[in-house]
Each structure stands twice: as C-alpha cells, then as structure tokens.
Design a protein. Sequence first.
Length: 73
Amino acid sequence: MDIAGKVFIVTGGASGLGEGTARLLAAKGGKVVVADLQEDKGREVAAGIGGVFVKCDVTQEADGQAVVATATG
C-alpha cells in the first residue's frame, strides 16, 4: 500500500493500538489526523508525529464530520 503523502484518520489515536497505528503511518510518510477524546495525550501524539489532533467522540456525528473536514481541508 502506498502510504506516503496520503491522509489518514486514526480514531483512538491517542493511546494503545490507535497510537501505534498513527505512529507507523506517520513514519511511512502518511499525514495523520489523530481523533480521540483524550485531549492532552492526543495533542502530544499529534505533535510528536507531525500530525493534527481533533477531539472526537465517535458516537457523535458532528465530531466525525469535524474530523473529516480537518482531514480534507
């Protein structure tokens, strides 16, 4: 899969498997939007990988739309 230069939304990207996925995608040249409820940790992860953080509760449609808008904007 060609990852370099592509944009990825990683829900739960502030910790655990989501964080690992975000870090891997960024290391391979992907642009990552970290979507999570954990603001401090999410911002930390995003800053560390050159990504963007968006606070997101995946059960809320408006939050999901905000993440997609950030990824496509």
